[in-house]
Ligand binder design. Sequence first.
Ligand code: FE
Length: 196
Amino acid sequence: MSGTHVGSPIAARVRHVEALLEHRGLLDDGEIDRRIDEFLAGGSPANGARVTARAWVDPGFAERLLADANGAIRELGLSMSGGLQEQRLKVVANTEAEHNVVVCTLCSCYPIALLGPSPGWYKSEAYRSRVVRDPRGVLREFGLQLPGTTRISVWDASAESRYMVLPRRPAGTERLGEEELAGLVTRKGLIGTAAV
Ligand code: FE
């Protein structure tokens, strides 16, 4: 395995399992690395931004996205499978009354297909433990001050389920086209640690 966890006990165990699978002829040498590279190559926050902009300009798409995100992103040629087993995606929409933020309290599960590799802070112990206990305080540290009347929902990702936040369309963007709108969306906005 390549990546940041080389040398950690879990990487050694994974490498051991890979070696066993290869030894038994169930995997050819390097197949997992190739699959992961393919998966990561396709993943970028530009995908999540494209999904968001489409939802902003097309209410029908927004409705389908919130009801069945896996099906809706397929309309844009995107998928949560990346050559491996498909992960269930749920998109949660910010409103005036509710702000959503995503975390993986157990490890670092993240919708890579739509957001690319996760930022370091997302994987940090501090973020993972604190955003659950004190979401408002954590968001304030990110520079996001929410009105006291806005409820904050924290979504905990897992191996099978991934979440993406649908930010609110900023005021004054009525004249912008879909591509320009996509350019306004940030990775933090899609995780919920920024407004957009
Ligand atoms: Fe995780």
